[in-house]
Design a protein around this ligand. Structure first.
Ligand SMILES: NC(=O)c1ccc[n+]([C@@H]2O[C@H](COP(=O)([O-])OP(=O)(O)OC[C@H]3O[C@@H](n4cnc5c(N)ncnc54)[C@H](O)[C@@H]3O)[C@@H](O)[C@H]2O)c1
Ligand SMILES: [Zn+2]
Length: 365
């Protein structure tokens, strides 16, 4: 292994599998080392944009491991994350005679990983997979934790499976070609990770906020810190029955905003606004200080997020009421008790029941 490379092994309890997560700019050179010994063929699956950008390079790297590489592209964008696209990919694999001695190599952002990962989860009852995330959001978030799935008319990510890839190869230099809007989506999740579990990462982001606004080389230390927050929670609670729910910070209000916008609002902005409102709720409740909530607001603004709320609460609450964390008709959300620390309510759970009046009180005028 290259000396500047970070490696984590993620073992899951529910599934009898381990996943190696490798971080570093030479990470693609490790493909032969982590290649599943039982796999002769590879299917490289990614959207057309990332295939055009990185396909040749990945195929070259794969040529030393897999006897044969089949490349399957699909149109970029969230609308490809649907049943019909999964079926089409599966039919292509079947037509090419793929059996269980094959590995799915998923290349791209969260859409490519969720879709190709779901194909891997169910093709012939489960194939090995390797993820090569190329968006910042995929590198720090979607690639970690084994959740795969697709959207339906009824909602996002409603059909899917937990299926751990054998390995995740994270080369931070791949994200330099991202459009700024996509970069911002990943930044919001990094702020979320910092608030959940790493005050030092939060401070580092404050110091570097202006540089971080556009795609830039994020230091390996900051990437590692962000990854470690998610890895620790997935390790503790793979099937999301407890602490993994903390990763929903900012997303209760965020999903409400996305729903109210007809899913036209960028996910990163929705999460940024969600972090802003939810930390104010935590401050109004006395869980965290008003000064800490203000630091969160200031960091988000410094990173370039416009925290002007585009809808009032009445437009958003019907969507928040549909959230899967809710119990007994009450809106539930996870809340921080400080920067880098999450709270647990007295009932021993992980999310707090929050009334609409409380949300209204915290809603910025
Ligand atoms: N499985 C999970 O745990 C998990 C977690 C978070 C999000 N997600 C899912 O991830 C999806 C969002 O992922 P995303 O934001 O990466 O979107 P995406 O996959 O659509 O990628 C965004 C755009 O950037 C392009 N792109 C990707 N890498 C690039 C690069 N290096 N240079 C230039 N362009 C590049 C893509 O082609 C695409 O057009 C959502 O569907 C969400 O549900 C899953
Ligand atoms: Zn998110």
């Amino acid at each position: 292994m290259h000396s500047t490379m970070q490696t984590w092994i993620l073992k899951t309890t529910g599934q009898n599998s381990t996943c190696s997560i490798l971080l570093g700019e030479q990470v693609l050179e490790s493909l032969p080392e982590i290649w599943p010994k039982d796999c002769g063929r590879a299917a490289l699956i990614g959207d057309d944009e990332v295939m055009a950008l990185f396909g040749d390079r990945i195929r070259r790297a794969l040529s030393s491991c897999a006897g044969q590489v089949l490349s399957l592209g699909f149109p970029a964008g969230e609308k490809s994350k649907r049943r019909e696209m999964k079926a089409k990919l599966e039919d292509q694999l079947l037509a090419a005679g793929f059996d269980r001695q094959a590995c799915i190599v998923a290349l791209g952002g969260g859409v490519s990983l969720d879709l190709a990962g779901f194909v891997a989860a169910t093709f012939k009852r489960g194939l090995a997979s390797i993820y090569i995330p190329t968006s910042l959001l995929a590198q720090v978030d979607a690639a970690i934790g084994g959740k795969t799935g697709i959207n339906t008319e009824a909602g996002k990510n409603l059909i899917g499976a937990f299926h751990m890839p054998r390995a995740v190869l994270i080369d931070p230099s791949l994200t330099l070609s991202l459009p700024t809007a996509e970069w911002q989506n990943g930044l919001a999740e990094m702020v979320k990770h910092a608030v959940i579990g790493d005050a030092a990462l939060f401070s580092a982001m404050e110091r570097l906020a202006l540089d971080l606004r556009q795609p830039t080389r994020i230091s390996p230390e900051m990437m590692r810190s962000s990854l470690e927050v998610k890895i620790a929670l997935v390790r503790e609670d793979f099937l999301e029955q407890g602490a993994r729910a903390w990763l929903n910070l900012g997303h209760t209000v965020g999903h409400g905003l996305e729903g109210a916008s007809g899913y036209r609002m960028a996910h990163g902005l929705a999460v940024a606004l969600g972090l802003f409102v939810e930390s104010r709720i935590a401050a109004f409740r006395g869980l965290m200080s008003a000064a800490e909530a203000e630091r969160i607001e200031d960091l988000l603004k410094a990173l370039g997020f416009d925290l002007e709320l585009p809808f009032d609460l009445d437009r958003i609450s019907p969507h928040m009421k549909a959230d899967k964390k809710n119990r007994d008709g009450a809106i539930h959300m996870v809340l921080p008790v400080g920067i880098g620390r999450m709270g647990r309510p007295r009932d021993g759970g992980y999310s707090y029941a929050v009334t609409e009046d409380e949300i209204r009180e915290a809603w910025p005028a």
